[in-house]
Design a protein around this ligand. Sequence first.
Ligand code: NAD
Ligand code: ZN
Ligand code: ZN
Length: 340
Amino acid sequence: MKAAVVRAFGQPLVLEDRPDPQPGPGQIRVRVEACGLCHTDIHAALGDWPAQPLPPFVPGHEGVGIVEECGAGVTHLTSGRRVAVPWLGWACGRCEHCLGGWESLCPRQVNTGYGCDGAYAEKMLAHADFALPVPDGLSAVEAAPLVCAGVTAYKALKVAGVRPAHLVAVCGIGGLGHLAVQYAKIAGARVAAIDVVDDKLELASELGADLVIDARTQDVAHVLRGQGGAHCALALAADDTAFEALHAGLRRGGTLVMVALPAHGSLRVPVFDTVLKGISVTGSIVGTRQDLAEVLGLHAAGRTRVVFETRPLTSVNESLHDVRTGQVKARVVFDLGAAR
Ligand code: NAD
Ligand code: ZN
Ligand code: ZN
């Protein structure tokens, strides 16, 4: 089987032929049909973060494919079932976070395409308990972006506690942002969409954003404050200079949710304003299996639109470059079904 492999940080990925992986107890082998290109894969391939993956590794955590073989002890999935394989590849199920409904905070978790090989490959292994059945009627290429971008955006809005009367600022209308705009609208909120690329701002309007802010030419905080300030702001652009403007654009009692993970990112928070205005600053990391089931269910019910373009896995290096430079409308999805 073919896999796109990071052999060294900052170097082009290498397409390799590898033997089919064999599922161990509790695992399944998935014939990958599609995998979305999350910006996290770019950070992974560059070794951007303090906790680094160990090359060689196969990125990809928006995997969708067909169960091909089940390892010992797997009883709830059978060959032929279409499943999603997300970032949360495994969690312990026993710690206070797992038991408290926050498995995405499990300190022992294993992350797909980071701590174990991911879905930039024709075949992959997954832990059966963490592979989610994809509802009927969804194609693999359409479902893939929901598996990380969708669930992460959806969870960030839950963390923010968004409500119908709220103004929600969504900064970065890429894979995560184009879905965040839609979830915020489903929650009944007004949405201010922020980006630095014309096509992305147009897309945000098409998807129902009430207000678009071009961060190249407009003062984001000023525009938001002109609307009374945002009740919550989602920082989804991998550029930490944008976080401060969002903080400054919040209304009293507002919440900044940090989601994007720029290399060496940091945020200077003004203590006085944060205290006097009762502002919250929080982080949000992907979502649980239940969050993902809700996201897939919303899409199956026709409530969301996934904007994507399909490409072959052989375009992996060009695709990483195009996403990094903002030349892709929302999501690139590698179509591995088409490649065979
Ligand atoms: P993306 O490349 O698809 O989208 C990023 C968007 O931000 C683009 O539309 C780009 O034009 C825009 N942008 C860039 N600079 C900007 C600026 N200064 N102001 C406004 N917009 C700007 O990326 P993505 O896949 O949506 O991921 C976004 C970030 O979120 C990445 O850092 C990724 O690693 C991170 N991420 C975090 C989680 C999590 O669980 N916390 C999950 C997935 C992705
Ligand atoms: Zn991701
Ligand atoms: Zn745990």
